[in-house]
Design a protein around this ligand. Structure first.
Ligand SMILES: [Zn+2]
Length: 114
């Protein structure tokens, strides 16, 4: 499962950061996942609970911010949010646009410690 390896990665990074900060426990982990990242939020939550067992993140809450797909439309010369992440067409002028600005994110944004 793809999400499980990502969850272990998050736990490793967060554990290291907690040690460096001298924190014994992490209460919350904030991550950002794009609609194109291929990560399913529910699967990540489930995997995180497994990966966090026995670590300073064992009781941490995983807070997921889902990022929609934003592309640049060369015709409108602006950034537009796609209502359907699989249909790369500008919602205002309906021309195809493939310059992805947001949506590929898979980031650890912040940690909260106790
Ligand atoms: Zn457009």
């Amino acid at each position: 499962m793809h999400e499980l390896s990502i969850a272990y990665n998050i736990v490793n990074i967060a554990t290291k950061a907690a040690q460096e900060a001298g924190a014994e426990q992490i209460s919350a982990v904030h991550v950002r996942i794009g609609a194109l990242s291929g990560v399913v939020a529910d699967a990540l939550r489930f995997s995180f609970a497994i990966a966090a067992e026995g670590t300073p993140l064992a009781n941490a809450e995983l807070i997921i911010e889902e990022v929609p797909v934003v592309v640049f439309c060369p015709n409108c010369r602006t950034e537009v949010t796609l209502p359907n992440p699989r249909l790369f067409r500008c919602p205002s002028c309906h021309r195809p646009c493939g310059q992805i600005v947001h949506g590929r994110e898979l980031e650890l944004v912040a940690l909260e410690t106790l």
